[in-house]
Design a protein around this ligand. Structure first.
Ligand SMILES: [Fe+2]
Length: 201
């Protein structure tokens, strides 16, 4: 047993093994993402692999609004993480960045995503898109790295994130929507404690 697999099931292990092999053999992040697409689509289409716990809201989350970020897998070296993000109806994340490339897709419910760009020390809304179950996108920072998601369905939305850092534990940024000012932001995970001494910004 490895401490890397918080949710240790054959499906999660097979997915992570496929992703790691792909990343090791890919020449660029773009190429890796292209190859991971079918694996990720299959994971999003499978209704049975993610336990109810990992689809539950969390009143005390670092994201606010009852948003739960549940760790499924993290590489020991911090180079990869897989987690679910649970956003209750009418809740929205802060505007935030990720600082790593990867794929993000919707598992259930519906979300609106607003993408921002930093322009002259301010934030500008550059795109808005709606996502339903099975929809996913590739994140290749700095492009499209700053966004906010909001649940638009009457049920809670659950999205699956595969990113090439330990997203919940690294210090990243949240942004004030009106001033565009960035502040240090660490979202944490509901089911895994980050090392608070290491990894200080
Ligand atoms: Fe995000």
């Amino acid at each position: 047993m490895s401490a890397e697999f918080i949710l240790d099931t054959p499906i999660v292990r097979a997915f992570v093994a496929g992703v790691r092999a792909t990343i090791a053999g890919a020449s660029t992040p773009e190429a890796a993402c292209e190859e991971i697409r079918p694996l990720f689509a299959r994971l999003l289409a499978d209704p049975d692999w993610l336990p109810a716990d990992y689809q539950a809201a969390s009143p005390e989350s670092g994201m606010g609004g009852g948003i739960g970020q549940w760790l499924i897998y993290r590489a020991d070296d911090g180079s990869l993480s897989l987690f679910s993000l649970v956003v209750p109806p009418d809740s929205e994340t802060p505007i935030h960045d990720h600082l790593a490339w990867g794929l993000v897709g919707l598992y259930c419910g519906a979300q609106d995503e607003e993408i921002y760009a930093e322009q002259n020390d301010a934030l500008e809304l550059v795109e808005r898109r709606s996502l339903g179950p099975g929809d996913f996108y590739v994140l290749l920072p700095p492009r499209d790295d700053i966004h906010r998601v909001r649940t638009t369905s009457v049920e809670t939305s659950v999205s699956i994130h595969l990113l090439t850092n330990d997203t919940g534990c690294v210090w990243r940024h949240a942004y004030d929507p009106s001033s565009g000012e960035a502040r240090p932001f660490r979202s944490g995970y509901v089911n895994f404690a980050c090392d608070h001494e290491a990894d200080k910004r």
